[in-house]
Ligand binder design. Sequence first.
Ligand code: NCD
Ligand code: ZN
Length: 346
Amino acid sequence: MANSNAVLHLKAMMMELALDRPLDMHLHLREGAMLELVAPLSAAQLAGAVIMPNLVPPIDTPARLAQYRAAVAAAAAPYAFTPYHTLFFRAYDEATLNAVRDQIIGIKLYPEGVTTNSAGGVRNLDEAEQTLALMEQLGIPLLVHGESHGFVLDREAEFLPVYRRLATRFPGLTIVMEHITTAAAVALLDELPNLFATVTLHHLLITLDDLAGGLLQPHLFCKPIAKRPGDRQALLGAALRPHPKLMLGSDSAPHPIDAKEAAGCAAGVFSAPVLLPMLAELFERHDALDRLQAFVSDHARRIYAIDPPPRRVMLIREAWRVPDRYGDVVPLAAGQQLMWSLAPFV
Ligand code: NCD
Ligand code: ZN
């Protein structure tokens, strides 16, 4: 009797999962109608997120930042959700950085033309040095889309020496390798103390085969492109451990269906609606549910020294079917059944 009670109790415990202040450290919320559509989907399940600045025009002036902050706050209401904003990297002077430093969590650097809306990115990293030195002085982290302009499967690997150079040249600068996709990037984390990383849900789940090995799957196409099985294995191993320098950053990047199911498919996976449910399923499958909290929140709070207001997000082990669309955007795992659901917001 005592035994079966214990089993029941254990079962009851397994039916729900409470996460303390889950955070998404890399999120695209867009503007206008798309912002209004997607922001509540993230705000409903997260205590906060790092909001990417690759808009048209980019977020690169204090005035534009103020306007975008207001738009995001309005779209995420009424949830207890803290947007952590970023500036689009340019050569900023000290006065500008001082004016915005309390309103941003970091500055996002895109090499010119490597991904969606990065036409105004950096062409020559040497010209970025002065701003990087100021950021180091002022304690503003650098977030990097680390890809070269080389062969698509090699772009991240080719960029790793740049990370090494930046981290060595600016030892006081916190540098985040965004959305890493290779075993080599995971290994680099242990080489340089001021280097950190985010990893997406989809790069923990898929390889290039899932995208292009059979019929082409446009909704799995993103930058950086998914890599080899060994890379995915290394990323998953680091997330499940969880590696103390690795954070969840979904890189959820919505595009309208006509931009994805098109001759020239836009890059971006829209994972926001399924983010925590699919992570719970993945960690459960690897018997690592007890480590999810660190991966989705604790590491990010320590690395960025942020302290979002209290928020507990509950997941319940109850199956649901992912909708085919949210508005005109197709989510990751559209139409599939997932085992964990978000408890209704209270
Ligand atoms: C992102 C987007 O659509 O803004 N796309 C993507 O494939 N990840 C940009 C980015 O983060 O590279
Ligand atoms: Zn991104």
